[in-house]
Design a protein around this ligand. Structure first.
Ligand code: ZN
Length: 206
């Protein structure tokens, strides 16, 4: 028996044999009724759409101002890249490097690899989709745009006493990036993406 065909119930640990389902169907535990797995069907199409939307929004995030600060008649705008660069200029080299990794490199890797994975699945690229998924699995834990978004909000509440602040276009785009990332990581899920890959390619020899 192929051990990959066995599904363990996440609630009561009862083992079940995986059965093929119709699109949209769910398999439930025979003992406690918990959901074991569902047939997602067009998973790669959703990942593809999320990848494209996420990459466009992330482009907007990088190019446009994150916040505008009005202080005593002075108006200053700051973009995410400028913010990271000013950390470096002020001598916070390590913080700047860390910010570069978790706010720019890993999020773009996450979105680009999700897009590439879906595109390769749609076009039948076994190796490309596998490598894209390996990189996606490595990058998603290190993308911290969601934490950053909360940090920006907290910082703005503090500055709010001294200056008038407006959210820039990049801020709204970043909200969209965070939503896309949550959809990919928690809505679709890395396991489901691997399952889909195995379903398509596991038995096929190069
Ligand atoms: Zn169960």
């Amino acid at each position: 028996m192929d051990p990959r065909r066995v599904v363990i119930c996440p609630i009561c640990q009862t083992p079940h044999l995986r059965e093929p389902l119709e699109r949209g169907e769910e398999a439930h535990c025979s003992r406690c009724g918990a959901t074991l797995y569902r047939e997602r069907g067009a998973l790669e199409q959703w990942v593809f759409i999320a990848g494209v939307v996420g990459l466009i929004l992330f482009g907007v995030t990088l190019l446009f101002p994150l916040i505008t600060i009005l202080l005593g008649g002075n108006r200053s705008e700051i973009t995410l890249v400028e913010g990271i660069f000013s950390l470096y200029e002020q001598g916070f080299l390590l913080v700047a490097l860390l910010a570069l990794m978790v706010l720019i490199i890993y999020p773009s890797l996450l979105l680009a690899t999700a897009f590439l994975y879906a595109l390769a699945l749609l076009l039948g690229g076994k190796r490309v989709s596998r490598w894209a998924l390996v990189l996606f699995t490595l990058s998603y834990r290190w993308s911290m745009v969601d934490i950053f978004l909360v940090a920006v909000l907290v910082a703005m509440i503090k500055i709010f006493e001294y200056a008038s602040i407006h959210f820039g276009m990049a801020f709204w785009a970043l909200l969209g990036v965070v939503a896309t990332q949550i959809f990919l990581v928690y809505g679709v899920g890395v396991e489901a993406m691997w399952d889909r890959w195995e379903e398509l390619y596991y038995d096929k020899v190069d």
